[in-house]
Design a protein. Structure first.
Length: 118
């Protein structure tokens, strides 16, 4: 059974940092694109960042460029999201996703809450 388990969320003040981790189990994702999404209260889930299997191709949504960094450790089947200079508008449940197809992502984690206080 494939599982993606996020961790590292929490409460932080504006300008603070958090590092999210997503550990995959049940199969290897070393050849799959992995990504992070987030969903704020009352809003739709939105793309945050993604990384190719090699780590050479990375995308970010504009609002997090220069502040967030996605990385991966294929030997650990884990993807990370380093979040710096956090803002209240970054408050959301953050989800890990794996195995991008042409139109969707195959696997999702259960989410981890990130709350940034002003």
């Amino acid at each position: 059974q494939v599982q993606l388990v996020e961790s590292g969320g929490g409460l932080v003040q504006t300008g603070g940092s958090l590092r999210l981790s997503c550990a995959a189990s049940g199969r290897t994702f070393s050849t799959s694109r992995m990504g992070w999404f987030r969903q704020a209260p009352g809003k739709e889930r939105e793309f945050v960042a993604s990384i190719s299997w090699s780590g050479r191709t990375i995308y970010y949504t504009d609002s997090v460029k220069g502040r967030f960094t996605i990385s991966r450790a294929n030997a650990k089947n884990t993807v990370y999201l380093q979040m710096n200079s956090l803002k209240p508008e970054d408050t959301a449940v953050y989800y890990c996703a794996a195995d991008r197809t042409d139109t969707s992502w195959t696997y999702w984690g259960q989410g981890t809450q990130v709350t940034v206080s002003s």
